[in-house]
Unconditional design. Structure first.
Lengths: 721, 131
């Protein structure tokens, strides 16, 4: 066969179109493959020349394959195509576009045509590449198409053809939903709050018809689930009056959907204020139907009855709600949201100073300024030192009388941040890791609540901490004042004693007889006054917790030997003997008794015990001893201590006094202040030791005992030596 | 030879007492001042063996006075005689500022005459004293 010259042309006018197709059919010698839309099968039977061309081709033994969309409208023509022309026919859903391809040629009538009329123009080509290409296109459709017999059977038996599609034209969407609504025998809808307005705008009339059908027993009814609030309450009432069932759900699913007994329609748009839907998924797949219908039933079961909800809204009662927020980002968003909407007051307790810093980094100050601008007051508590707070305030916060930041004692640092807005809403955020730089890494779970009682209980915690901060400040100021007072009082009390004591001592040796005795009394009392002054100052320091130790390392045995020697030199009672027992023991190494302590304070303790012993012993031996005791403080940790005893053979301790011997003003002596043992006890305990007293078992005198922790370094030196 | 001692204390009764008691012992000549400013303006190098300074004085405290005195005479021995409370804290502070001064440079007021004379001797003649 001679190949005609290769060309691709377009022919206009229906006459040319028909002729081109007929010529194409006539010229084919092996096969004709056609791919056409649902309007074309009828055309073969309406245009006689076309029908004849097909029949002739069949007679020549040409193979005819034909793909189209078989619908209820064209099914009879399709059957005729099979029966009279013996076409091999297959079906593809929604196919559009027409073309025919033979072994050598390709024709494509234009798609834009009226149903039952030929196209207005046609493309013809015998260019081999184009013909081959179109053959591939055809084969693609052919392999995906279903046999005509199967499709025809479905249509004749009324089998539903399942499909899922996206509609993205707002007008088409309204049509689809109207169809879904009108076709339904029952209808359930779950809508974003704004969706009610959209639904009312477009489908209310259809729904009224359904409700009429329902009254006649032809429809199972319409149910709605939405978040009922002030903004949609009027529509809800209108729907209710019409006989639509409605329930309220606070936390709606992320999408709105309608489900009938036949179809579902889903959108993720919120239709705020009745905005049209721009994208809708429609499906009649049974799995989708089942899924959405059971989702709806689940929501319906937990929904609040519309009457109750309307009552809540009209009374102005918001039902309380507690929500756990797991994602720190969400928690942050919620925090910003509720703070931004504050009308009167924002109270905030930070779990730590670091948390505050992290919040500053993510723009918390701007938020606060916004809130202040709206006229709300902001109070913030941060566990930190006062000067740290003032530094931060200077750095980042704009001064405003509505904004107050206070420090709370660090001991009140918690693992929870608290936000209370308008004494109504609260958000508690867990602090998971304070060392993290990033807010999101540091924060943990959060709990939001709009319950007023919960908010108020946090308010009361806040207020008491707020007040505590105030008291804490006052207490600190008071302590400073008291310390100043002690220092001045000490100075003022001590200074006048110097002239009395000094001058009396100068005069005393120069006078004789009775006058010398007078001077002795003056000197004795000046010294007593001196002792009393020192004791009272010490007691004040102890009570004020400002007794400070200046610790140094020294040998306890050396110190005690020296003190005992000094006392020996002063004793004017020849019947008294002061003995250091440890001096007699050879095996006691001096370096075993090193302590870290305040030397002058220890001198005070030992002197006090010795003077007491001397005061209450008329004759006999007063013995001082130091021993070492190995003590296990905790399992495996050794803490050696020195035990210092002062044993006298005097009158012993009055049993009535024994219990409160170491408390203030416990004395039987007229010359004592009753403060010495109290001070000694405080000093010993400040060193981590203990002090106690007992009457001797032989009934003569008493023994005072105190302990001191030994310095560990002494053991090391011991080993090295 | 008697040691020449400068005494600066804002309390006239205290300076009077120190002069009376220390001179009575016969070893010291006491030059008392109640105004540290006046004491300073009369201060000359090598004038005194020892300066006894009060710490808390209204015009100029003892440490400031010491600072000024040291500018004039590096060698004069100094001790503080004071009734203030936080003695040990002062001692630590002084040691830091003037390392040559030891802990004995602070004498607590009131003090017995004999004890005071003993301590002053220890400061004036550190090498002749044992321990």
């Amino acid at each position: 066969m001679v190949r005609s010259k290769q060309k691709t042309s377009i022919y206009y006018k229906p006459y040319h179109v028909i002729n081109t197709v007929i010529e194409f059919i006539d010229k084919s010698s092996d096969r004709i493959d056609a791919c056409v839309d649902y309007t074309r099968p009828s055309l073969i039977f309406e245009i006689a020349a076309l029908k004849k061309a097909f029949i002739d081709a069949k007679k020549r033994g040409i193979k005819l394959r034909y793909v189209t969309e078989i619908t209820g409208d064209n099914v009879s023509y399709c059957k005729e195509l099979i029966n009279t022309i013996n076409v091999d026919l297959r079906h593809v859903d929604g196919i559009k576009g027409n073309f025919y391809v033979s072994e050598n040629e390709y024709v494509a009538p234009a798609t834009f045509h009226h149903k039952g009329k030929p196209a207005s123009h046609i493309i013809y080509s015998n260019v081999k590449e184009i013909v081959d290409h179109q053959q591939y296109v055809f084969e693609s459709f052919w392999t995906r198409a279903i046999p005509a017999q199967q499709r025809i059977k479905e249509i004749e038996e009324g089998v539903i053809h399942y499909q899922t599609k996206i509609v993205d034209n707002p007008d088409e969407i309204i049509k689809e939903i109207s169809k879904l609504t009108a076709d339904s025998n029952e209808l359930d809808t779950c809508l974003a709050p704004g969706g009610l307005q959209y639904s009312h705008n477009h489908f209310f009339d259809i729904k009224k018809k359904l409700l009429d059908k329902q009254k006649k027993g032809q429809h199972k009814g319409i149910r709605y689930i939405t978040n009922i609030g002030k903004e949609n309450i009027q529509l809800v009432k209108l729907y209710m009056e019409q006989g639509i069932q409605i329930k309220h759900i606070k936390n709606l699913p992320a999408m709105s959907f309608g489900v009938s007994d036949k179809e579902i329609a889903v959108t993720i748009e919120n239709m705020e204020g009745g905005t049209p839907i721009r994208s809708l998924l429609i499906s009649n797949e049974p799995l989708y139907l089942k899924h959405f219908s059971s989702t709806f039933e689940g929501l319906w079961k937990n929904g609040t009855d519309v009457i109750d909800r309307i009552r809540e809204i009209e009374k102005g009662v918001e039902p309380s709600d507690i929500e756990i927020i797991e994602n720190p980002r969400e928690a942050m968003k919620r925090a910003q949201q509720i703070i931004r909407l504050a009308k009167h007051e924002v109270l905030r307790i930070y779990p730590s100073l670091n948390t505050f810093r992290r919040h500053v980094r993510i723009g918390m100050i701007d938020l606060i300024q916004e809130v202040l601008k709206n006229g709300a007051k902001v109070r913030i508590l941060i566990p930190a030192e006062e000067d740290q707070i003032s530094q931060i305030v200077d750095e980042v916060v704009v001064e405003s009388p509505q904004l107050e930041i206070r420090s709370i004692d660090k001991s009140l640092q918690t693992q929870m941040g608290v936000i209370v807005v308008d004494r109504k809403e609260s958000l508690i955020v867990e602090l998971r890791d304070d060392t993290k730089e990033n807010y999101y890494d540091a924060a943990g779970l959060a709990a939001y609540s709009n319950s007023r009682p919960i908010a108020l209980s946090y308010v009361s915690i806040f207020e008491s901490l707020w007040k505590q901060g105030e008291l804490y400040e006052q207490l600190k100021a008071y302590n400073i004042m008291q310390r100043d007072f002690i220092n001045i009082a000490a100075h003022e009390l001590r200074t006048p004693i110097q002239p009395i004591l000094g001058l009396s001592q100068v005069v005393s040796p120069r006078v004789g007889g009775e006058e010398r005795e007078h001077m002795r009394v003056i000197i004795r009392n000046a010294k007593r006054l001196q002792r009393l002054t020192e004791n009272i100052l010490d007691v004040t320091k102890i009570d004020n917790h400002s007794l400070k130790l200046q610790k140094e390392r020294f040998n306890l045995i050396d110190l005690i030997s020296r003190i005992v020697q000094d006392f020996r030199n002063q004793i004017d009672n020849p019947n008294l003997l002061l003995v250091c027992q440890f001096e007699e023991k050879q095996e006691d190494k001096n370096d075993l008794t090193f302590v870290r302590a305040d030397k002058s304070r220890l001198i005070q303790v030992i002197s006090n015990l010795l003077s007491n012993a001397i005061k209450f012993t008329k004759e006999g031996i007063i013995s001082v001893n130091v021993e070492k005791q190995v003590k296990e403080k905790e399992k495996g940790i050794r803490q050696d201590e020195a035990i210092i005893t002062v044993r006298d053979v005097g009158v012993g301790i009055d049993s009535k006094l024994l219990d409160r011997l170491f408390s203030k003003f416990a004395t039987k002596s007229f010359a004592g202040t009753g403060l010495g043992l109290f001070i000694s006890k405080s000093i010993v305990e400040a060193h981590g030791g203990r002090i106690w007293a007992e009457n001797n078992s032989d009934g003569r005198g008493a023994t005072f005992i105190f302990t001191l922790p030994l310095d560990k370094i002494s053991e090391l030196i011991d080993v090295m030596e | 030879m008697k040691a020449k001692i400068l005494v600066v204390d804002d309390e006239p009764d205290v300076t009077y007492t120190l002069k009376a008691t220390l001179e009575a012992a016969g070893f010291f000549d006491i030059y008392p001042f109640n105004d540290p400013g006046l004491a300073l303006s009369n201060f000359r190098p090598n004038m005194y063996d020892l300066a006894i300074l009060d710490i808390r004085m209204p015009q100029m405290n003892g440490f400031e006075l010491l600072h000024e005195i040291r500018k004039i005479d590096e060698n004069v021995k100094v001790c503080f005689l004071t009734a203030v409370s936080e003695l040990t804290e002062y001692a630590t502070a002084i040691k830091k500022i003037y390392p040559p001064l030891d802990e004995n440079c602070i004498i607590k007021k009131p003090i017995d005459n004999v004890e005071l004379a003993k301590q002053l001797n220890r400061i004036l003649n550190p090498h002749t004293q044992s321990g």
